[in-house]
Design a protein around this ligand. Sequence first.
Ligand SMILES: Cc1cc2nc3c(=O)[nH]c(=O)nc-3n(C[C@H](O)[C@H](O)[C@H](O)COP(=O)(O)OP(=O)(O)OC[C@H]3O[C@@H](n4cnc5c(N)ncnc54)[C@H](O)[C@@H]3O)c2cc1C
Ligand SMILES: NC(=O)c1ccc[n+]([C@@H]2O[C@H](COP(=O)([O-])OP(=O)(O)OC[C@H]3O[C@@H](n4cnc5c(N)ncnc54)[C@H](O)[C@@H]3O)[C@@H](O)[C@H]2O)c1
Length: 447
Amino acid sequence: MKTKFDVIVIGSGVAGMTVALNLAQHHKQVAVVESRSHLGGTTINSGSTGKKSLLAVAEAHYQARLFQNYGLAKIPAIDWDTIGLNRDEIVSSGAIHVRQELLNNDVTIISGTASFVDKNSVKVNEMLYTADTFVIASGSKPRLLSVPGKEYVQTSNELLNLPILPNQTVLIGAGIIGFALASLLCEAGVKVSIIQHNNRALREFDENLVNKLINHLQNEGVEFYFDSELTNVSKTTNGLHVQFTHQQTIEADSVFVVAGRIANVDNLKLASIGVDTSTTGIKVNDQLQTSVPNIYALGDCCDAPVPKLSNYATFQAKYLGNMICSSDTYPIKYPVPAMTVFSLPKLGLVGISGSIARNQPEKYEVKLIDMHQWQSYRRKRQPIADLELIIRRSDDHVVGAEVLSDDADLLVNYMAILINLNVTSSKLNEMMFAYPSMADDIFGFWQ
Ligand SMILES: Cc1cc2nc3c(=O)[nH]c(=O)nc-3n(C[C@H](O)[C@H](O)[C@H](O)COP(=O)(O)OP(=O)(O)OC[C@H]3O[C@@H](n4cnc5c(N)ncnc54)[C@H](O)[C@@H]3O)c2cc1C
Ligand SMILES: NC(=O)c1ccc[n+]([C@@H]2O[C@H](COP(=O)([O-])OP(=O)(O)OC[C@H]3O[C@@H](n4cnc5c(N)ncnc54)[C@H](O)[C@@H]3O)[C@@H](O)[C@H]2O)c1
């Protein structure tokens, strides 16, 4: 087996896989080292792929409930015993697809955990592999809590593969994972309680829309405990006794921590070769280069000042592949971002958020539009459809938006295209979209 490469990539998640394919297509000799038995990293094996496959069923159920007595009489229950079949098919074909793509592009796959020996070599299963350049794409792992009874606290990895549906569950953390998983479990009939250590859920999003989402989930039966921290979990004959601050307790049959993620760097022996790290990951400059010039880092494991999301990891990987193969060096320039919380309904964000805009009233106007009476939402009986447009006062352009609706992900993505391409209302009026559709609704509010 070959042991000398132009570039060795550590990790086969969206970041590692994308940069490896890009480099191989530029005729570099590339190897990818992966410690898990399945390729594809978090996204495929323990993140959005499994989450969205399970949520697809929950979304269908939620939509059917909205049509109850409006054409649908009997709503079938979610069958947890078979819901996993949809997830398993999609997850396993995803991991196989990654392997096939890498092999088709002549990327060598090395199974095992890499640790650096020096700046040009790593050890994997006692074998030494060398390269001129390294790309660390080792991702992240759940942040665990250190409380008595922590051995009873599971993570999103286990939640996405639950064989048996719990009756009552506790989620620690009212963040982007917590809201999606609370919606999934609540729709399947589970009593969900969320414990958040401060008073601010989903801090990246505008408080008004977050509060509206919280109210909606509370009406669906989800309990929120703010300014509360888990203090103890103990086993009882029926399940778990969960204690948190202010002497509050919950009897549950499972507890999951979804309180953020930390960089996966423990096994790499970075300090021994002089690669600097911070509390948020491997330190990189604006070219994703670490403190050791031939070693780069990207995706969830690096401390670049952007959200840790699949779309950022992919964007960084395409940039880095092109930059390594170019004769020039140039900094990464991120486009206007879009992201979505996959709760029921969804909460989407593009560009400048409502919370940032409200703190700079001299610069931005925040325009609220209640869309739930619009035909697109009425015909699907959506009870909530709110849009917040962020308008830059200097030129009246839309520079951001937040949407709370069942189709928020689609609407923010349409707007991401318009904002990134700087499409003005007069340019938009030269276009035509299918009618009636949500894309067509954009004519109603675009500046
Ligand atoms: C439940 C959940 C849902 C999510 N949903 C979304 C979503 O809807 N949208 C979105 O944009 N983002 C989502 N994310 C975030 C997204 O999954 C991450 O941003 C993305 O996976 C980061 O990709 P990565 O390639 O940097 O790291 P990872 O996907 O974590 O891949 C890193 C890989 O490196 C391997 N590795 C680590 N150390 C070593 C070593 N020393 N040697 C060899 N291999 C090693 C790991 O085994 C892993 O396979 C979600 C995350 C979670 C947990
Ligand atoms: N749709 C998406 O784009 C998507 C979906 C899921 C995950 N992700 C990625 O995964 C990352 C991790 O998701 P997450 O939801 O775990 O993190 P998060 O940072 O979004 O939310 C964690 C929440 O837990 C709270 N928290 C922290 N410590 C706590 C404690 N001890 N007790 C109670 N609450 C506590 C935080 O204040 C925060 O509200 C995200 O930052 C994001 O990058 C993205």
